[in-house]
Design a protein around this ligand. Structure first.
Ligand code: ADP
Length: 803
């Protein structure tokens, strides 16, 4: 430290000279007074200039006192030894005074320096305490720190998150462009910062030559660099970066200077760490708030299109400069759902641009790639090469994207249940920081929530639709069975369960083939190709309950399974069959009597043959009988037509059923085949009934005719009349062929006739019993049969009594 000042030196020379000049006065001071004044001059010089100035003043003052004021005057040799001793004493005292003041001054200067250093450090600390962003910290350190360190310039480099690079995040005092090309460089590089961080130890170079010798790469760096100090920024035992100080001159780094630099570096490290933590915490809070807002938004509506558009708007500008959402359409095409930018006009412009350049699903990067591969794309730094690649040779597009100044991008897929529904893209331009892994995590989380919201909305809609569909299915008469890919029953509507004679609860979840009787027939004949349709086909199925039914089936395969529509067509089929049987029977029935009549007439008209009266009578009888039969058949057909059309009007009259029955039997007796006995057994008090007498005659006559017809071996036909409550009961019992039990209902159906094998070729139309039943029921009566094959049949007709 320099302890003397110009003022001190001036005092050292001038003060003794001034006192010496007093010698010229007439009233000049005495030897003692001069000695005292000289001591004052020495004191002044030592006080102002320290020991060195004091010493010079001492020598000058001693010489002055000896020469000017010690007798003999104007002579250096003192007159006596006493006087010589006086001068020597003066010299010693003056030296002591110089020393005393010099020491005091030195101590004072040291104290001042220490306080100045403390002040500077204090200033750094104060600035650091105020700093809340990394940039502010860096500014504080580099500005105040450079001063405190007496440096000319300073820079801070931090290790990047991946630990590979050093980034110069702040600098001050360097010539412009010094860091061009050095904004970031590998941690492993042969640079002072790289080595300081790697070794966690500082470097001090007193000259630039020293530096260049140690780090050859640095010699290319221009600028008037001299001494250089580089210190690692260590936090919790780990170097997070380094701080560099460049000095205006060559400098010797003594222990004190080194300690000061170390203190600065330590403060810088802590401040950076604190701000980083604060920053991380703030960013985390911001992310959490954003996620919470987004979740609330996503949960607020089932209109996912509107919600996703809102979500995109929520992401700008904090999360992204641009945010877009693309969705996969039903035909696998990619459709832009929303684009958001702080400026709505820019967003609209981007939307138009998107329409102009629709995404190509095979594009090797960007949204189509993310959707295809279901993996996120993270581009922390959008390079120009990347833009060139993305533009795929389109110069105009390249120009547009270049102008946008895009910096960093994240595209994440929206995945729900293993399917990519779309993608969310976040892009930042130069005005915002680059995306980090944390942002990628946030975007992924956001995408996950958005996808599940979209999926939920879809599921909800689907459930609603299915709810509607299943409600509808529960009420339709057609059976619907839904199978999954493995052929297991996913759902079966009540109609299908009824048609297939199964219980819905027991078949759902089971394979159809294993749990539904007859399903293998359906599989064999109606199973559609993948994605195709088949049917309808009509199949006879033996159901789980053993019944045989005719089922019409059609199947549609929809990729994940198949749906079958079923209809029980047993009735239609039987009706169809009986109808065609009827056509055959009726034509046969009509042809037989017609042939007989025609034959008889032709015979009668033959002129070459002469008939005796008996023969003629027989032929005329035949014509009569067959014409009767013909008219009966035609009558039955006409009556059926009337009944079906609802055109038959019945009388409501009171009549005696016993008399009626007897008259029917009387007419039947007229042409009774041999071997048949007809009998009527009526209880005495069968009351009058109410109804249409003629039609009831038709009914009883039908039953009697049948009883006779279906007793080809002959036998008794008995008609019994009695009262059964409010009904008169008429039974027609024969001992003929009989009817199997399970046909008892069907014989009353239109056109239905028993198997010819059972009826032994007896003629008929299958209309008699149908007409009888219709007529009886229209008279508010009822008709039934009790019969067994080989044991005869008893038909029972009950007609309400007249009141
Ligand atoms: P059809 O003209 O064939 O006699 P119906 O309607 O009168 O027509 O009778 C329907 C079927 O019922 C007959 O084809 C016959 O098989 C059976 N059937 C009717 N009555 C008797 C009976 N008394 N005994 C045996 N089978 C009968």
């Amino acid at each position: 430290m320099r302890s003397s000042t110009p003022l001190g030196w001036a005092a050292a020379f001038l003060a003794p000279a001034l006192i010496s000049s007093l010698d010229a006065l007439s009233n000049r001071p005495s030897y003692q007074l001069a000695g005292f004044l000289y001591l004052l001059a020495v004191s002044l010089a030592a006080y102002l200039g320290g020991f060195a100035a004091g010493l010079v003043a001492t020598v000058l003052a001693t010489l002055g006192l000896d020469y000017f004021f010690t007798p003999p005057r104007h002579d250096f040799v003192p007159a006596s030894t006493d006087q010589a001793a006086g001068v020597a004493l003066f010299f010693v005292v003056a030296i002591l005074i110089s020393q005393l003041f010099g020491r005091r001054r030195q101590v004072q200067r040291q104290a001042e320096a220490a306080s100045a250093r403390a002040n500077r450090l204090q200033a750094v600390t104060a600035r650091l305490a105020e700093a809340v962003t990394p940039q502010q910290v860096l500014d504080a350190i580099v500005t105040e720190g450079v001063e405190a360190a007496e440096a000319r310039a300073g820079a801070i480099g931090l290790v990047t998150a991946d630990g590979q690079m050093i980034e110069i995040v702040a600098q001050r005092g360097y010539e412009q462009n010094l860091f061009v090309g050095w904004e970031s460089f590998p941690l492993a590089s042969d640079t002072p910062m790289g080595k300081a961080i790697r070794d966690e130890s500082p470097f001090f170079f007193s000259t630039s030559a020293e530096r260049d010798a140690a780090f050859s790469t640095m010699s290319t760096l221009g600028g008037p660099s001299h001494a250089l100090a580089i210190l690692p920024l260590v936090v919790e035992g780990r170097a997070i970066g380094a701080i560099a100080f460049t000095f205006p001159t060559e400098i010797e780094f003594d222990a004190e200077r080194r300690a000061l630099k170390a203190t600065l570096a330590q403060q810088a490290a802590q401040a950076i760490d604190r701000v980083r933590l604060y920053e991380a915490e703030r960013a985390l809070r911001q992310r959490m708030t954003f996620l919470a807002d987004a979740s609330e938004l996503l949960g607020s509506s089932l209109d996912y299109e509107a919600t996703l558009a809102q979500l995109a708007r929520l992401a700008v500008p904090e999360m992204a400069t641009w945010c877009s959402v693309d969705m996969v359409g039903p035909d696998r095409s990619i459709q832009r759902l929303a684009v958001a930018h702080e400026d709505p006009e820019r967003a609209a412009w981007a939307e138009r641009l998107g329409e102009e350049y629709p995404p190509d699903p095979d594009q090797p990067m960007g949204v189509p790639n993310v959707i295809r591969t279901m993996t996120a794309e993270f581009v922390p730094e959008i390079t120009d090469e990347l833009l060139v690649e993305a533009a795929q040779g389109d110069e105009r597009l390249l120009e547009i994207v270049r102008e946008l100044g895009l910096r960093s991008a994240i595209t994440v897929p929206l995945i729900a249940r293993g399917r990519a529904l779309g993608a969310l893209s976040l892009i930042r331009d130069d005005s915002a920081p680059r995306y980090t892994e944390l942002d990628l995590d946030l975007a992924s989380e956001l995408a996950r929530r958005a996808a599940s919201a979209v999926d939920n909305a879809g599921l909800y809609r689907e459930a609603e639709r299915r709810g509607d569909a299943s409600r509808a299915l529960a009420h339709v008469d057609d059976g619907v069975v839904l199978l999954d890919e493995e052929g297991a029953v996913v759902s079966i509507n009540p109609a299908a369960a009824r048609i297939l004679a199964v219980d819905e609860a027991t078949v759902v979840g089971e394979t159809a083939v294993g749990s539904i009787g007859g399903w293998s027939e359906i599989e064999d004949n109606a199973r559609p190709e993948r994605g195709g349709t088949r049917g309808p086909v009509t199949l006879p199925l033996v159901l789980s309950n053993g019944n045989e039914r005719w089922i019409s089936v059609s199947g549609v395969d929809f990729g994940d399974g198949a749906v079958y529509a079923l209809r029980d067509v047993t009735e239609e089929r039987l009706l169809e069959r009986t109808r065609s049987d009827f056509v055959a029977t009726a034509s046969h029935e009509l042809r037989t009597p017609l042939a007989a009549v025609l034959g008889a007439v032709k015979t009668l008209r033959r002129e070459d043959v002469s008939f005796d009266p008996d023969q003629r009578e027989m032929l005329m009888d035949m014509i009569d009988r067959e014409a009767e039969r013909l008219s009966g058949i035609v009558g039955q057909i006409l009556l059926t037509g009337q009944l079906d059309a609802g055109r038959l009007r019945l009388e409501h009259e009171r009549f005696d059923p016993v008399a009626l029955t007897k008259s029917v039997v009387d007419s039947a007796e007229l042409h009774l085949p041999t071997g048949i006995e007809l009998r009527v057994r009526a209880e005495k008090d069968v009351p009058a009934v109410a109804g249409d007498e003629n039609q009831l005659r038709q009914v009883i006559s039908n039953l009697v005719d049948n009883a006779i017809k279906y007793s080809p071996q002959g036998g008794d036909v008995e008609l019994r009349l009695n009262r059964n409550g409010q009904f008169a009961r008429i039974e027609v019992a024969d001992s003929g062929l009989g009817i199997p039990r399970d046909e008892h209902d069907r014989i009353f159906e239109k056109f239905y006739r028993l198997d010819p094998a059972l009826t032994r070729g007896v003629n008929g139309t299958g209309l008699g019993l149908y007409i009888s039943k219709e007529l009886v029921e229209r008279m508010n009566g009822r008709i039934s049969v009790d019969s067994e094959p080989g044991r005869g049949s008893t038909f029972v007709v009950e007609v309400p009594l007249a009141i």
